[in-house]
Write a protein that binds this ligand. Sequence first.
Ligand SMILES: [Cu+2]
Length: 492
Amino acid sequence: MIVFQDQLFVFRKEIQLLSQSIIKEDMGSPFTGTSFTQKVAFTLEEGTLWWHAHSSWTRATVHGAIVDLPANGTSYPFRKPSGQNILIIGEWYKGDVMQIINAARATGGEPNASDAYTINGQPGDFYNCSKETTRRFLVDYGKTYLFRIINAAMNEELFFGVANHNLIVVGIDGSYTKPLNTNFIMITPGQTMDVLVSANQPKGLYYIAASPFYDGINIYDNSPTTAILEYSENCAKLPSSIPMPVLPAVNDSETVFNFTKSLRGLASQDHPANVPLNVTRKIYMTVSMNELPCQNPNGGCLGPNGTRLASSLNNISFQIPQIDILQAYYWNMSGVFSEDFPDQPPFLYNFTGDTGSTTLIPSTGTRVLMFDYSEVVELVWQGTSVLTAENHAMHLHGFSFFVVGVGTGNFNNVTDPKSYNLIDPPEVNTIGLPKNGWLSMRFVADNPGVWYMHCHLERHTSWGMDTVLIVRDGVTMQTSMIPPPKYMPPCS
Ligand SMILES: [Cu+2]
């Protein structure tokens, strides 16, 4: 098992990440104990991001927060908080997560659900093993605190709240938002949300809790995780009297839809929303759960009707290649991926994502979407009910994108763009696509390179709900990919 140093990086705009793998058990890998330095430039982001491993399910434990503070001489677009806390929600399995997904892939069935969610590594008061070590966040009455919340869970979107306290959302994914006053948030795996909490209630103890949002039909972990908001000098009450936040029902899609729809980018003079207006490339992409023929040499499959579970983007279930696409593209190696990702015919919006029979079994392949440098992209994700319908946490590497529209049902290319928010849409890198709904986003393809796009629900990623975007070089050095370092850590 390889464990990376989990440390908090606080910096301004540019850092060097030293990734150090530590030998915990000798698995015979020639790469344990090695290190490499990765240079990451945060040119536009301000707020909270996170880093995590991306090989199979390793991100379950290999992850950490990245905090990007306001640049010197500037401040937050809200009153400076009295204190800050990083709060990472994780997901814990009694078992090796790599074995859990490998076993599921072998049989084509569902992977085991987790055994607990955690807040900064602790499942909380409702677990005997955690009673003594439940995380406590200390506050002084009358002060306001910034909570940088990260959903690092593997497979569930989550509701989150603090008993008797309102939350004010002020940022998502390293971009400020207009303050949104709410008594809960829904945060998808991959997302970060910066939230202000004012300690304005009677001194005491209050539960902080996260519980799942899941509107599909499969197994999931339905246990809440808790931490405690503790006022200094509180008249300590018995634990049994600590109030719990009231969070929406586990399958409350409508509340989640309204929450997503209410998010607004800050769009101020200091933090303008540079929403692309002149779109040059439109992509319509279905997001589906599927099944594939059983290929288990040891017996039958545990997916629906003896098949194996799969998922797809545009009816293509992504196959992870043996050679990484970044190198294959950079060195012009053929046979690794193909460029014929079939865009749906440009905006034939009478597509009915609900007619599942013809697309229940997707095609498979390593297909990529190619973009010329600085193309202005509008991408509409369309959730379908091909096998089952549920919310998906859509995520793009390499870019933040503006969420210009979101709706239920099938996208209509005539009427729906009329309701686009081109003034103050939220700018994110991960967003929940509503069950059986659509979501339209825009970005400028000005970051040359090879970028993964996938659902951040890890089981869907494993089943093929992924693709890759390749942005070609521009005409100058500054608009081209930088060459690989002399020592490139091998992909293993
Ligand atoms: Cu998904």
